[in-house]
Design a protein around this ligand. Structure first.
Ligand SMILES: *Cc1c(COP(=O)(O)O)cnc(C)c1O
Length: 353
């Protein structure tokens, strides 16, 4: 357990950081009674699918409060970011931009090719919000990192074009995975621990889906600042280059240094398991599809096929194998993404069968 005084001390560190407040915080924490009974653990859910500001919120909104705060502070008019065509991050960036009166420009990698006259899910929302959209078609499937580099080159030209006319641009990396964005989940950890104290619940584990790693870096930074030894279990849903862990550790330490402290996070602080990923990013597995249906049918909770369903299938795997002992208190951080339920069939899986 973390003392209230410690939490307030950590919250104080954020006071001098620019922030644009637009989320509905704190997001709810509640117990999943029927699933807890079925699995033999005490299961809690942190509802970052409900961050706002539209009904299509998610974990990127936490990062975006800090990123938009920084963009406004720097006098930006345009915000550029990157993702896949159905990127939750890109859609949430467009949302946050509109809330703050900024112009969103999105560079989107077409992993699943969109059908121009039948746009779905996040790409449809991006269009409704009037984002400037550039679609990049990767030369080979699965080369997300290569395609992101190409997108970056094209974006630099666009930035130059805009800046030559006297406009200011603010660039956000894919997933909001930079030190400023990472502050979002460091702050989110203080929010969570205040709620847990109010609920008088002490958790042993936090489980969540990890992609580009900003969420995990922020959680690890928050854990270090709060001096708790909660175990964070991260289920990887994207293939990663080997240097990935080092990068997340750097991200966490840089976020801590923005708060005026020195971070000591190393790659040994992470526990990323990609064994529930299946055939690749945004490709459903049988277990993830079954898990998605299980949460819907046992608890009336909707999770998403790309991130949370794979992570939750991992969590169930851990409980069944005894890697998480019976009777443990586990919090699953619902990071949102449920618009993907309305995406292309190959992303959704056969969820209605
Ligand atoms: C982006 C995303 C994640 C992963 O967050 P990272 O910070 O990129 O690791 C998890 N769940 C959902 C629904 C997301 O959109």
């Amino acid at each position: 357990m973390v003392l209230d005084s410690k939490i307030l001390e950590v919250k104080d560190l954020f006071e001098k950081i620019p922030i644009a407040r637009f989320c509905f915080f704190p997001t709810p924490v509640h117990r999943l009674d029927r699933l807890s009974e079925m699995l033999g653990v005490e299961l809690y859910l942190k509802r970052d699918d409900l961050t706002g500001i539209s009904v299509y919120g998610g974990n990127k909104m936490r990062k975006l409060e800090f990123l938009m705060g920084d963009a406004v502070d720097k006098g930006a008019e345009y915000v550029l970011t990157y993702g896949a065509t159905q990127s939750n991050h890109a859609m949430q960036t467009a949302t946050a931009c509109r809330k703050c009166g900024l112009e969103p420009i999105l560079y989107l990698i077409s992993l699943v090719p969109p059908v121009e006259d039948d746009l779905r899910s996040n790409l449809l929302l991006d269009k409704i919000m009037g984002a400037e959209i550039h679609i990049i078609t990767p030369k080979k499937e699965d080369l997300l990192f290569k395609a992101l580099e190409q997108a970056n080159d094209e974006a630099q030209e666009r930035i130059k074009e805009l800046e030559d006319t006297g406009l200011r641009c603010y660039e956000i990396p894919a997933g909001g995975a930079n030190p400023v964005g990472t502050l979002g989940f460091a702050s989110g950890m203080t929010e969570l621990y205040q709620q847990l104290n109010q609920l008088e619940v002490e958790i042993d584990y936090i489980a969540h889906a990890t992609g580009l790693g900003g969420t995990l870096a922020g959680m690890a930074a928050g854990r270090e600042l709060l001096e708790t030894d909660v175990e964070i279990i991260s289920f990887g849903v994207v293939e990663k280059p080997p240097e990935h862990l080092e990068q997340i550790a750097n991200l966490a330490n840089k976020a801590i240094s923005l708060l005026g402290k020195e971070g000591t996070i190393t790659l040994n602080d992470f526990n990323i398991d990609t064994s529930y990923l299946g055939d690749g990013y945004a490709i459903p597995t049988e277990a993830s599809t079954n898990t998605l249906k299980l949460l819907a049918r046992r608890e009336g909770i909707l999770i998403d096929p790309v991130y949370t369903a794979k992570a939750f299938s991992g969590l169930i795997g851990y409980i069944k194998k005894g890697k998480i002992p019976q009777g443990s208190k586990v919090l699953f951080w619902h990071t949102g993404g449920t618009t993907a339920l309305f995406a292309e069939q190959q992303m959704v899986g056969k969820v209605y069968l």
